[in-house]
Design a protein around this ligand. Structure first.
Ligand SMILES: [Cu+2]
Length: 240
């Protein structure tokens, strides 16, 4: 069983293809060269925005992953484009449970396996469990290292950060002067992205493209990443 599930559908866009189609011009498909890469139809940083964001009427689905420590998160990759994408989350490996919609189980024998990066080919699917436990550090059991002075940290060079200012989950600390932190309650953020680094750009601009974040929150609505019964298909459902 799992606690939450998130569907991540990959795609690629060659703007030249779209422009040629819009103008009724021929297009040389051997010159196909994507400049944008998408998860659920959005390129980063839009991937991290909520579903049905008002200013993205044609890209209604977000790709932000949210969970609490220890929860089993079902990540479902679907390679819906024409290219391969080596995807991985940070923070932990995943356990691959199913390929192309088939459970990795042989009778009573569990054939699931752990991976850091999986290569999602065109038309392939990977169903995996991701869990984040942390290492048990807290102010009562502090990280066994001296924390650098704030002035020596490269935090918030862009004027903002998602960092809480504290190394401990659920706590907030000092942020460098002049930097705005959008951290809500001391949650952690781990990147999930394509390891073909050009795919995490928007036409060459980093960061972008095939990238999103996993947010580990101390508190989270029980509805987040949970399908209603009416939204669920007839697949193997919550039996994995
Ligand atoms: Cu990485």
């Amino acid at each position: 069983a799992f606690d939450r599930e998130y569907l991540l559908i990959t795609g690629e866009i060659d703007p030249e293809f779209h422009q040629a189609a819009a103008e009724g011009r021929p297009y040389e498909s051997s010159r196909y060269k994507p400049r944008y890469w998408t998860l659920n139809g959005r390129s980063a940083p839009d991937t991290m925005l909520p579903d049905n964001a008002a200013h993205l009427p044609h890209q209604p689905y977000g790709a932000m992953i949210m969970a609490r420590p220890g929860e089993k998160v079902l990540l479902r990759y679907v390679g819906a484009g024409t290219a391969h994408h080596p995807l991985h989350p940070h923070g932990n490996h995943t356990r691959v449970l199913a390929l192309d919609g088939r459970l990795l189980r042989n009778g009573a024998f569990d054939r699931s396996y752990e991976r850091f990066t999986v290569l999602v080919g065109a038309g392939q699917t990977y169903d995996q469990i991701y869990q984040w436990f942390g290492l048990g550090y807290s102010p009562e059991n502090p990280i066994p290292t001296g924390l650098p002075n704030l002035r020596n940290l490269g935090i918030g060079d862009a004027g903002w950060t998602m960092w809480s200012g504290s190394p401990y989950l659920g706590l907030k600390g000092d942020i460098p002067q002049g930097v705005v932190s959008f951290n809500e309650e001391g949650e952690y953020y781990f990147m999930l992205h394509s390891h073909q680094e050009f795919q995490i750009t928007n036409w060459g601009e980093f960061p972008g493209g095939l990238m999103t974040m996993i947010a580990v929150h101390p508190h989270l609505s029980p509805d987040r990443g949970v399908l209603k019964e009416s939204e669920r298909g007839t697949g193997y459902g919550n039996s994995v």
